[in-house]
Design a binder for this molecule. Structure first.
Ligand code: ARG
Ligand code: ZN
Ligand code: CA
Length: 518
């Protein structure tokens, strides 16, 4: 049996192998951790997960998995030829510029952008890596293969639309409804000339059952959902190259941030909240490139300065280079709870049709992200898989471990039709570590054959093991010889066995001589 760490909570806390003198009597107590009753506790915990998921707040119990988000970019042009690769003008952006923006999104959302080295030391621990990847769709809404992946070129003349620049009203009223692709399957991006000095705008997601505060309608609808980006601020090359200070592709990072549920860093008010605990409270929007530390204490409770380098501020592209962990948690919750976002997880539009065998891990449902297990040193992982292939899936091989050691395998057999998903319970992993643990899983050999798309075959989840905590509170801090004291335990541990044979959180002790209880 393992012993546990525990937190000291009150003066009457009695810790492992220490004693508390209660006047003439010594009534120390020691606890063992809940490991002995583990299997039952664990089952109860697994059963409670869905309940927890409906009451969770930011940072707790959210599902963290790797998500792939299929993108279609509607390029609105004025009967123009496609821009040559290095053209600095023109509305019909070259595919290289589109790919460049997608690359920037994938770096920014996963903390692999080169400028993370600029993050101030106080904010480094809060860097959020979303584990979300944007892929260019290869299949159009009627199932055909798209000539240029992720690109829908629209000649505004043949559509009968006016010439750009466009107002938000015109885009929402005319352009979007007449060009949107099913937002349950695609993240729609429109790239065009815009009036009003706007760099871009986005629709918010419906929070669904996530419990996330700060998201108010109108949410994106079947005819409006998506992001709109000024075509000289899309990506960092071509027509965006010379558009400093908005020439590093961060307008799309910012707008996709809204689209996945993030608020402005200043909470759109004076020292207002963005519903994230790790983004310091900020007075208002910031522009240009503030020098850190900026505005320390301007808002009550701000001790570090404002996080002006967060993508959800209004600073220059070169001066924004991070999301935070709480922002990541909001995004992860949206991906699994928001109606028009969760459906993207199983969208197959980034996969070629008739691909043959393609099994993918959709997400890890247990352990949940940031889950803290009290004195529990094993997990029974549960994952969700999708048959992204074009033939029924009857078998697959899972390879999984925690922390890279003692890798196990499981041969799954079943019958999963194309585009269907199911859960798979993997075998127990024991020997977890105190603190941070990493669960990772790989799937291979769909139907005993080669998997024709390896991008969705790996997934992982981070979670923690901590010592449980408990507090022992005697009915009185002193007792006289021959009298008794009642000791009540409370905390995250639930099973108590005392050295005098008593069980339960509450014990009555009446020693006649100095006695050590454990
Ligand atoms: N919606 C904001 C605007 O139009 C986007 C700001 C993006 N900021 C940036 N540095 N790219 O102003
Ligand atoms: Zn914004
Ligand atoms: Ca695959």
């Amino acid at each position: 049996m393992r012993s546990c760490n525990f937190k000291i909570k009150t003066l009457f806390l009695i810790s492992f192998l220490t004693t508390l003198n209660l006047k003439s009597q010594t009534i120390p107590a020691q606890r063992t951790c809940g490991t002995a009753i583990l299997p039952q506790q664990y089952e109860t915990w697994v059963q409670s997960l869905s309940a927890q998921n409906s009451i969770k707040g930011q940072g707790q119990n959210s599902i963290q998995s790797i998500f792939y988000i299929p993108v279609i970019v509607h390029v609105i042009h004025n009967a123009e030829n496609v821009n040559s690769v290095n053209a600095s003008t023109g509305n019909n952006l070259n595919a290289a510029q589109i790919q460049d923006q997608i690359n920037i999104l994938n770096k920014d959302f996963n903390g692999t952008n080169a400028d993370t080295n600029l993050i101030p030391a106080v904010f480094k621990p809060f860097l959020g890596k979303f584990q979300m990847y944007f892929c260019l769709a290869v299949v159009n809404p009627t199932g055909g293969v798209i000539a240029e992946p992720g690109i829908d070129r629209i000649n505004r003349v043949t559509k009968g639309w006016t010439a750009s620049p466009y107002s938000i009203n015109y885009i929402d009223g005319i352009i979007k409804p007449n060009s949107i692709w099913n937002p349950n399957l695609y993240l729609n991006m429109w790239v065009c000339g815009m009036s009003g000095g706007i760099l871009g705008y986005a629709t918010f997601p419906n929070p669904g059952a996530s419990g996330l505060a700060g998201l108010t309608g109108s949410f994106g609808s079947a005819t409006t959902d998506g992001v709109v980006i000024l075509n000289t601020a899309f990506g960092s090359i071509g027509t965006a190259a010379s558009n400093a200070p908005y020439n590093k592709g961060r307008t799309a990072t910012h707008e996709v941030g809204h689209w996945i549920g993030l608020r402005h860093i200043w909470g759109d008010g004076n020292c207002a909240t963005d519903y994230c605990n790790d983004t310091p409270i900020a007075q208002t929007s910031n522009f240009n490139c503030p020098t850190f530390p900026y505005h320390v204490g301007t808002c009550p409770g701000n001790t570090t300065g404002e996080m002006t380098m967060n993508y959800m501020d209004y600073t220059n592209d070169a001066c924004m280079y991070m999301f935070s962990k709480d922002q990541k948690n909001r995004a992860q919750l949206i991906m699994t709870n928001s109606p028009m976002r969760a459906s993207l997880i199983t969208s197959t539009v980034c996969n070629l049709p008739n691909i043959g065998n393609d099994v993918g891990i959709t997400f890890v449902s247990s352990p949940t992200y940031s889950q803290t297990l009290n004195c529990i040193f094993n997990i029974n992982p549960i994952i969700n898989i999708t048959n992204f292939g074009s033939t029924p899936l009857n078998s697959a091989l899972f390879t999984f471990n925690a922390n890279g050691v003692n890798t196990q395998t499981l041969n799954w057999v079943g019958n999963l039709l194309p585009n269907n998903s199911t859960t798979v319970a993997l075998s127990q992993i024991s020997g977890l570590m105190m603190g941070l643990n990493n669960f990772s899983v790989n799937v291979s050999l769909p139907n005993g054959s080669t998997d024709n798309n390896l991008t969705n075959n790996n997934n992982l989840q981070q979670f923690y093991v901590s010592g449980g905590s408990f507090t022992l509170t005697p009915s009185s801090p002193t007792i006289c010889s021959g009298y008794s004291v009642n000791i009540n335990a409370s905390g995250t541990l639930v099973n108590f066995t005392w050295s005098n044979g008593a069980t339960g959180a509450n014990v009555n002790l009446s020693p006649s001589v100095t006695t050590i209880y454990s």
